[in-house]
Write a protein that binds this ligand. Sequence first.
Ligand code: COA
Length: 160
Amino acid sequence: MIKKVIYPGTFDPLTNGHLDIIQRSAAMFDHVVVGIAASPSKNTMFTLDERVALAGQATQHLSNVSVQGFSGLLIDFVKQEKVDILIRGLRTTIDFEYEFGLTNMYRRFAPKLESIFLTPTEEYMFLSSSIVREVAIHGGEISEFVPPAVAKAIAQKVKS
Ligand code: COA
């Protein structure tokens, strides 16, 4: 049986911390779908199409990873993809409560859905998309935190 999982998030934009989780997942499962939520309430720097394209470029070396955007509820996307495992990253205890709340909510709608939490490597423990955006907006160097295509795309956004 092919084991397919979804790694959902907003990925505005994808960072090396996300990539770390994707690579760990790809080594454990047959297929990983990076599910990019439209997240309209987040007022994102990148459009959904841009986020999907950037994540696609950053994961092109991983043959069992695909990237898909979705709008609406994650639970509906999970059902559409016929997946019963979600992957989420757990960086610090701050993530824990938020993730615990989300997991319980998902279970109400999809009782058989399991969530697996992976921790990124230590150097990415405190990394987030908003920190990367903030540093870039103020002219800081972000190339060690994001894939090259993302660094280029952020530089272009900041310039415009
Ligand atoms: N490396 C770097 N950053 C990480 C990370 C990692 N390994 N893991 C999490 N993060 C950061 C993200 O960069 C993001 O940072 P920011 O908010 O500072 O920009 C933050 O953690 C949370 O991001 P994310 O994992 O993308 O969560 P989210 O809250 O944006 O989205 C969804 C989570 C997509 C699963 C959720 O919003 C969802 O399900 N949306 C669809 C609508 C829905 O079903 N809503 C009902 C939910 S019950």
